[in-house]
Design a protein around this ligand. Sequence first.
Ligand code: GLY
Ligand code: MN
Ligand code: MN
Length: 353
Amino acid sequence: MINILFDYLREQNIDGIFISKLQNVRYLSQYTGDDSYLFITEKGNYFITDPRYTEQAEQECPGFIIYNWREIGKTIPETLKKIIEGMNIKRFAFEGDYVDYNTYSELIKINSEAVPITGVIEELRSIKTHEEIHNLRVACQIADRAFERILRDIRIGVTEKELASKLSHYMVIEGSDTKPYGNILISGKRTSLLHGIPSNKAIEYGDFVLMDYGCSYKGYLSDMTRTVIVGKATAKQREVYNLENRMLEDSKKVMAAGVSAKKVYNASIEVIKDTEYYNYHYSGIGHGIGLYVHEIPFMSPKSNDILKENNVVTIEPGIYIPGWGGVRIEDQILVLKDGNESLTNSPRDLIEL
Ligand code: GLY
Ligand code: MN
Ligand code: MN
């Protein structure tokens, strides 16, 4: 990875790059902890952290010189200043979207030109390697197994929060990293809340239960949504569910390397565009995913992104009717040269419990 970055630095006439976004730190160094920074140059790679993490960094990042910033400067940028001033660095880059004002104020005082960059590492990260695809695949398989388990617990009287905590537990015992990340588990009329959080509401007969959740495996994230129904679906619930399922299928039919996000969006709305439900769909129908949950490419009519081979993206059209409820089905998709493969494979047809 770092070698590709060197090509970029040379092209841009930049001598070093300060990395502060944690997912980018992990991507470039394999470090799995928190609160750490990199300074990457062709002359040497530096890892800046505090004493909680120095031993871990030594174990995980053998190509880096580890600096405990508390021993070197009062702040992280002051430590960087000392590193930079000991080298012949004329211009260095920093992540413009990931540096706070105080850090920025110190960076520009360094006796070397500070150049903001955005999205460079993210662009590299959007094309997954063989190993990253493996990790994402395993994360998705864990999510599928957790889905099988949670179905047995969904019944009248149990609360959304109880189910959400069981779902997290199932993911961990099925192999997820222990660090959880936010999960949506909502029911009944609450399912129209696009990002509703689990509440003390108890499940009732006739409720949709919408579960949008993910786990991580070696830091790589899964993201899947399934919506089930407790009892028998009404005609309208079935109609909305089947339209939503069709939106998902139609999106996948067109997904392949070289296809635009706009084309996928247009395919997704084909089945609802002349119905009342068009007014209730949400146009952000997916996103890249890897070490972070929402990353490029973004899938919406406003996006200019084009799918590339070995992108991993979610596809998650939805129909959300305020005061009535909503349905979302979300899969995580590996983009292939001539098509795609779903990494999440839990059943998509309506499940009536
Ligand atoms: N609907 C939120 C997400 O899955 O990204
Ligand atoms: Mn999701
Ligand atoms: Mn998603």
